[in-house]
Design a binder for this molecule. Sequence first.
Ligand code: GBH
Length: 519
Amino acid sequence: MSPSIYSFLFLQLISMNQVASKSKVRSFPEGFVFGASTSAYQIEGGAFDDGKALSIWDVASHEKPSPIKDGSTGDVSANSYHFYKRDVEIMKDLGLDFYIFSVSWPRILPDGFTNNVNKGGIDFYNKLIDEMIYNNIKPFITMYHWDLPVQLQKLGGWTNPYIADWFKDYASVLFENFGDRVKHWITINGPSEICNDGYGSDLLPPTLNMTGIGGYMCAKNVLLAHASAYHLYDEMYREHQNGTIGIALNFTWFEPTSDNPDDHHATWDAKQFLFGAYAHPIFTKEGDFPEEFKRSVAAKSAEQGFKRSRLPELTAAEVTAIRGSSDFLGFNSYTTKMVYRDASIEGMYPVPSYMDDMGAVIVKDSTWPQSQSDWLQEVPWGFYKMLQEVSRLYDNPPIYITENGWSTSGGLLDEDRIRYLRNYLSALLDAIDAGCNVQGYSVRSMIDSFEWRDGYTAKFGLYEVDFSNEDRSRTPRKSAFIYKEIIRSKLLDPHYEPEVYLEEVPENEEKKDDYIYKK
Ligand code: GBH
């Protein structure tokens, strides 16, 4: 062959490769681990069983009129309180390395305090943990996923500075009882949602709606509570129990709507208000709330006639206690939003409020694939950018993806969830290639569950749960077979088709069983 033919073939190969690169099989790094996650109020049920007291979600979901989309509650939910063995079978079937679940504070401490430790609660989590260990699945415990004991809410909940001590005491009960077998701890899930949605607006219980004030008080106390639990573990338990402890924050990627500097500034502000407020104090060398965040709230507060900033200060000792108080970063991330600055923002948000302080308008791009949940769209490049930004801003911390997933309205043939998972996992591999220190990935959710204000209308599970039958039977969706193969092979193969999977029998076909096996 002449040299020119060689170079022609060579060019052909390069261009084929480029086309193929999007659909090539990619492998996960050595030691990368896979999991799935849920939370107590979302799946347990057993809301009134064996000495459990009420949480703010038990109360909210029973309010009339109901704040929940379908008027449902988590009273029974997937009934994992009774069917936890079935859940562990699923973990085993998927081949999970780890499983993230949360502990219900009022199941362990009905009054919120340690004078009354509920044996029924301790027994339940012991049984669950033992079953997992027996099946070789690592338990990751989230200590707090939104279900505060009602007794503590009466005292102001996350606005009461004493909650740092209450949380630390609760944490000590968990370390004492479970720390021999549990080596991964997540103190608090989604502080921004707890504070902004629960105290700074009326989106989530306790729907305090103390806009511009409650959310900031909560932010400081959540950080201090987290740090107290971290230091307790570090000083009292780590040496013997040898575990690791971190926090899980929600990261939405924000993209400016234009190249206009104002829109870029607004985007930066959105980042600082919605995740920097928590990540900066813990994961940067200087610690404390981000400067721009402090400055914006202080300026607005002064303008509005407050004698001091509505954002409480962190003392030097508090800054030191919070700084570095996490062995890893739990990274919850689902989606991306567009941001711009609008000078005529007045009237758009309550005054004072964090939205008004932030001064940014956050919108969806309707061209992105939409899930069943209003807030959730598929934007894998945003996931990639978010991972890169977090690694850059926060000193490249070890990251576990603690939540990522997609909702549908139901059905076993969830091709759009499969596409979402593959695209996000591919973006994750790109982030690892770019130097991000991601150690593991946990999909949300393992099984369908009570999705907070959306009730049971948004299905996040790799397994469908039949909420209409007593057994709450769990059936794998097609995505479960795909995820299982990813875990087994440690490969992301965009063309893999499971040999068999289940599919519902169409309405008009004669029913033998509810499902048929597909080849
Ligand atoms: C996650 O939050 C939760 O941590 C997890 O428990 C849950 O399973 C998952 O969402 C899916 O529901 O009320 O429409 O104004 C992800 C971040 C922040 C997204 C709050 C929804 C409320 C939007 N969430 N947000 S809305």
